[in-house]
Write a protein that binds this ligand. Structure first.
Ligand SMILES: [Zn+2]
Length: 307
């Protein structure tokens, strides 16, 4: 589905909900024309009747990049930090953190993510490494002028180390990618995720006060109808509340596995092996952060407790 936001900016939505394996894209008509992210699926992209000159990728996650092959003539740009992960499967794999699986889950990883779900027919590639030839590298402040619009890249790390948001200066439209206002809160379950950075990035976007906000996985939000800065801070609060609950639980010593089994640790409605692993990766980051802040410590036997 294509939704015109104004006379030169369109939201390209997948047919159903914009959740994994899909994500929203933004198309900016002009010279050059620009597509932000490529995960809306073949059905949605087939409705786009204009050529795409440039693709800007917010970050190197499967659900944002699997449709790049639909636009063979486009110049693809991605963040400098994550550029190596588009060319080298070993570097790409290092972003995931699956080397922690056995320790965090108590058993080896037996199924690849690609083997746990069947992808819909309009998603052309399987989850995993997708080689993409990059034409340009995105840095904080990189700009593209399409004639009607100036697109400015904001490096907003945390979800991944090279995660970028894009601000359309003239229309005051913000594309915040996977700072996505998910009702389950921020996702920082990968090795290249960082919760401290995520917090700073959310607080930064909350200051922008866009007229219209597009995230990768939800509907459009409009200033006036929606309290956009408040929504960003509520979203951050879901993770901060989880951290608070962890701290409360550690008034007596607990093992990692005991903490991981608490209902507030995995708040994702789909309880798969992978959502469980990611919740434990996020728990691990909270424990490291609380330890760094001097609020908790770990005994030699691996028991965590509040100081
Ligand atoms: Zn992502």
């Amino acid at each position: 589905m294509i939704i015109s936001i104004n006379d030169h900016v369109q939201l390209i939505r997948p047919d159903g909900k914009a959740v994994f394996p899909y994500s929203n894209s933004l198309f900016i008509k002009g010279d050059p024309s620009v597509l932000i992210d490529a995960g809306a699926g073949g059905n949605a992209f087939s409705q786009l009747k204009e050529p795409v000159d440039i693709i800007l990728l917010s970050h190197n996650h499967y659900d944002h990049i699997h449709g790049v092959s639909f636009f063979p003539n486009a110049q693809v740009w991605a963040s400098r930090e994550e550029a190596p992960g588009y060319g080298d499967p070993i570097i790409h794999a290092s972003y995931n953190g699956f080397e922690h699986w056995e320790k965090l889950m108590g058993k080896p990883r037996t199924k690849r993510l690609a083997d746990t779900e069947v992808m819909p027919p309009d998603v052309p590639v399987r989850p995993g490494f997708i080689p993409i030839k990059l034409w340009g590298l995105i840095d904080e402040g990189s700009q593209w002028d399409t004639g009607r619009e100036r697109i400015i890249a904001l490096h907003t790390p945390g979800h991944s180390h090279g995660h970028c948001s894009f601000w359309l200066e003239r229309s005051n439209i913000l594309f915040s990618a996977d700072i996505d206002l998910s009702p389950y809160g921020p996702w920082y379950g990968a090795e290249n995720s960082d919760f401290d950075q995520f917090e700073l990035s959310i607080r930064r976007l909350a200051e922008i006060k866009p007229s219209i906000l597009s995230t990768s996985h939800r509907r459009l939000f409009y200033q006036g109808e929606d309290d956009i800065p408040g929504l960003f801070l509520d979203y951050l609060d879901i993770a901060l509340q989880k951290e608070h609950n962890i701290l409360e639980y550690l008034t007596q010593p607990r093992s990692f596995m005991e903490i991981a089994s608490q209902p507030f640790v995995n708040n994702h409605p789909s309880k798969t092996e992978y959502t469980e692993f990611w919740s434990r990766m996020m728990l691990r980051k909270h424990l490291q952060r609380l330890k760094k802040q001097g609020l908790i410590a770990e005994t030699g036997e691996g028991q965590w407790f509040r100081i």
